[in-house]
Design a protein around this ligand. Structure first.
Ligand code: ZN
Length: 283
């Protein structure tokens, strides 16, 4: 199942007979059983995904769409976590020890695919990340059953302003990652059952056509199940929460010389089995 947000309405993305992706309006096709609000899909993810898995592109009013009309697939997550250092080579380049505990990314930073983001300064950095969305309210989940509590996966960019990050007497990662538009996500949420191995996906990003990051999610130091166990051992995870799981090596702040995003540039992020997330930066 692929859940997307087409102009603010929940849609299921289906493959048409000619292989082109089409959108099925959730509220209309379900006769009102499920809400038009994409965030409400998490009210009953089990029921929703079972229904959505049966949607037929031929009979459900599937329509063409432009990816530029898509919003964030999880538009109003109650809580947004961002794991700071979770790939060995990124830990080395960042100069921090690996850490399974997150910072908060404030939910107002979340936007969808093809967002145009305002750069607040000339030290904004990229971090492509696998993003997981929580399916059910949970606490004290063990690693073995953690995937059962995950609705699906999407691509995220954990954009970071490196000056704010270094401000004050302790690092301000949460604020540095929460300017408007600093959380591009999408293009859709892909349910866990669609992946042969959700623990091993190619992940990459390119800035203005130059490949900056290229890794595999099997390189995560703390796996997705481990993160769910650790977080839910402390607080309650809520349906529709999202977790940015950490970025592989290749961020701009660690380069010599440093390289940051410039006005007018385009960032393209890809994850195997999900697709491509494009973010543009205002001229
Ligand atoms: Zn990050």
């Amino acid at each position: 199942v692929r859940l997307a947000n087409l102009g603010g309405r929940a849609v299921v993305i289906v493959r048409g007979s000619d292989g082109v992706d089409l959108a099925v309006d959730v509220e209309r096709a379900s006769g009102g059983r499920f809400s038009a609000d994409p965030q409400r899909a998490f009210d009953d993810w089990v029921g929703f995904s079972a229904w959505a898995g049966e949607v037929d592109s031929a009979t459900s009013g599937a329509v063409d769409f432009d990816v530029r009309e898509l919003g964030a697939p999880v538009p109003r997550p109650p809580q947004v976590f961002a794991i700071g250092v979770n790939y060995t080579e990124h830990a080395a380049e960042a100069g921090y020890p690996a850490d399974s505990l997150p910072v908060t990314k404030f939910p107002t930073s979340i936007v969808g695919p093809d967002a145009v983001v305002e750069l607040p300064s000339d030290v904004v950095d990229w971090e492509v990340e696998l993003v997981v969305a929580i399916a059910t309210e949970c606490r004290n989940v063990d690693r073995a059953s953690a995937w059962n509590h995950i609705a699906g996966l999407t691509i995220g960019q954990d954009l970071s302003e490196r000056h704010v990050q270094a401000e004050g007497t302790k690092p301000q990662f949460s604020l540095a990652k929460s300017f408007p538009g600093f959380g591009p996500t999408g293009p859709w949420l892909v349910s866990v059952d669609e992946f042969e191995n959700p623990d091993d996906l190619a992940i990459a990003c390119a800035l203005s056509g130059e490949v900056m990051q290229n890794g595999r999610t099997s390189g995560l130091i703390y796996t997705v199940p481990h993160l769910i166990e650790r977080l839910s051992g402390i607080l309650t995870l809520l349906p529709g929460d999202i977790i940015f799981t950490g970025t592989p090596a290749g961020v701009g702040n660690a380069r010599e010389p440093k390289r940051f995003i410039r006005r007018g540039e385009t960032l393209v992020s890809t994850i195997e089995g999900i697709g491509e997330l494009e973010t543009r930066f205002r001229q």
